[in-house]
Design a protein around this ligand. Sequence first.
Ligand code: AP5
Length: 214
Amino acid sequence: MISGAPASGKGTQCELIVKKFGLVHISTGDLLRAEVSAETEIGNKAKEFMNAGRLVPDEIVTAMVTARLSLQDAKEKGWLLDGYPRSSAQAESLEKLNVRPDIYVVLDVPDEILINRCVGRRLDPETGKIYHVKNFPPETEEIKARLVTRPDDTEGKVKARLDIYKKNADAILSTYSNIMVKIDGNQSKEVVFKEIDSLLSQVQRDEVKLLKSE
Ligand code: AP5
């Protein structure tokens, strides 16, 4: 499970984690954005909350996540949950279903950096790749021309999202305190990934040991 404030780098790290570890990436933000673009019933309900930088009601998000977790690929390959749980009620829902991560990674980044990262973020709607106008500009003019800005990435909305994150963070932490590892997310993405890679590789080694001892 990966957590952290808006723009702490969760999506960026998830791309690298999936590439190396082959886990199924379940991002509630991405799932909700897909529903919004497809103009589904869920998307239409979620849109106003997301555009205002507020949390989408728990029942909508929890139903989406539990449905995705129950698919065969998540059971076989393992999962990487990004952006969920985001409230104590959501954490409780997972506990009731006996869904626990092996490790809970929290990316820690100072507020002023987060705001700059959000305002400069651009998304490639074709590949889903995350860019930043200064930190990670697109590779070609063709990609640059199709990049989009998220409607919740204005300074005011980022501040609202950050506030909500801070209000909920401690309640969720208490559920995972024994498996929580905080990482300094204000380093290059390669350095952040190196730290996550070493943690996940250790989890893998521990699991192999456990399987051998059974
Ligand atoms: P969601 O999409 O999950 O947004 P978020 O948590 O606010 O996180 P972000 O996607 O903004 O940032 P990130 O941490 O992935 O950073 P990224 O890698 O892109 O949720 C959106 C909305 O959906 C919510 O507000 C809510 O309405 C709803 N929602 C989602 N889940 C919900 C739930 N469980 N319950 C209820 N509602 C829910 O990086 C950001 C930028 O920084 C990029 O430009 C990137 O290039 C750059 N960057 C990344 N790493 C670095 C680095 N190391 N150095 C420099 N720049 C970097």
